[in-house]
Design a protein around this ligand. Sequence first.
Ligand code: NAD
Length: 487
Amino acid sequence: MADTYENYVDGEWRASETSETFEVTNPADTSEVVAEVQDSGESDANGAIEAAAAAREEWANTPGPARGKLLRETAKRMDDRREELTETLSREEGKTYSEASGEVGRAVNIFYYYAEKAMDYAGKRSKPSANDQNLYTVREPMGVAGLITPWNYPIAIPSWKMAPALATGNTVVCKLAGDAPTVFLKVTECLAEAAEAVDAPDGVVNVLTGSGSEVGQPIVTHDEVDAVSFTGSRSVGDMIYEQATDAHKRVQTELGSKNPTVVTDNADIEEAARTVGSAVFGVTGQACTATERAIVEESVHDEFVEELVDYAKSVDVGPGVEDPGMGPQVSESELDSTLESIETAKDEGATVEYGGGQPEGSEYENGHFVEPTVVTGLDSDATVMQEEVFGPFVGVLEASDTDEAIELANDVEFGLSAGIITDDHTEANRFVDEIDFGVVKVNGATTGLELHVPFGGMNASSSETYREQGEEGMDYFTIIKTVYDDY
Ligand code: NAD
């Protein structure tokens, strides 16, 4: 029988006041229940926010090195449970064991990284204009941070929000996504043990499961929440941004995208197809940074499509825990949405060069599997070339030259991660200058990020208010006080 997880609120594990739970199933075989979790309601969320508010002052006054200790002790416990976390992640989200292992390793490192940062993040001293004056800034915590996270990086994203929030002295209320919440509930066990070991106040960390409308909404609007950090879809994010700003909160939203990779005529085409292929089909295309538009100069277009189709053919699809080339989609609704997009592409005149449906065979019957899919022949303004398709899907566009390729790369509302594959350094530099995306990759996949540098989108991909990750990730959770001290 699958384990049941409770919410972690005010230093204890609590069943939801609704007395309701829901099952988390394995997307590779939906007959397998991975865990049962709380289907919490508004009063659970309010209880968690009140607990976080009650702990706010004590945690804000806890010295940075002591806050760092909570994070370090958490990281150690996560490190000890690496294999278990990896298996859980792969089983409930569907990504391959290798992908899950990479994500777990990243989450462990995020906690270690901010444990160190907590020790010396404070403010800076400046030269005053007058003599006999100390002029400096102090960075103070915002207070209660409300964190709302998606299912696609279900351990990394809550970690990269929670660790900098705690390091800078905020208390947190985190609402996990309904799909794939178990892996972070296990991290919450590590946090709970660490909090006890370092004697952190109750209520510093609060983690809940439940629906967006019941548990997410109070976090966005409650008076005691000072800053809301959201990662998820554009439609929900835009709504939350308005609600939170109306309620005079600081808010940060990081959303979907439609990421391009440009391939110029002097690139090594076989290698370009491998790079683009990994950025399209990695994590089953369910990455906000996945390439969905390959923009290829016309003299190498056909060769590129041939190589990309060969790459797609080489991706073996199967259950994530068996570590194939690609796992299933996370849920039936995500699978349906991808299949619908493929139908829309066909209706708008696309040629399906590879894939386009569900793989056949008894091993796929109980899972949300889809084929890696490559289409050509669409215009830039076709629906599936403009809207995010959150699955293993790419459309290849033809460009007459690099100028047109860059123009096409910018021809979307989104702006998260863009790439160019070229042998020409001048073209690469021009691309970096002219592209309106928050992450730019030269000769690399649009996916894959370092944790110690800032991350965030432009245009419709982000509220553009602050960056996440790196030292900049801590800025969001703090407010600056400027001190003029005459002596
Ligand atoms: P989603 O918007 O459906 O849900 C995200 C979170 O918001 C979930 O926890 C959900 O329960 C909650 N939520 C839903 N309705 C709510 C409401 N009314 N009030 C408060 N909370 C609510 O997104 P998803 O399907 O979980 O995630 C996939 C999306 O996330 C994709 O668009 C992807 O591109 C994007 N994403 C972006 C980044 C980034 O850094 N830019 C990273 C990962 C994923």
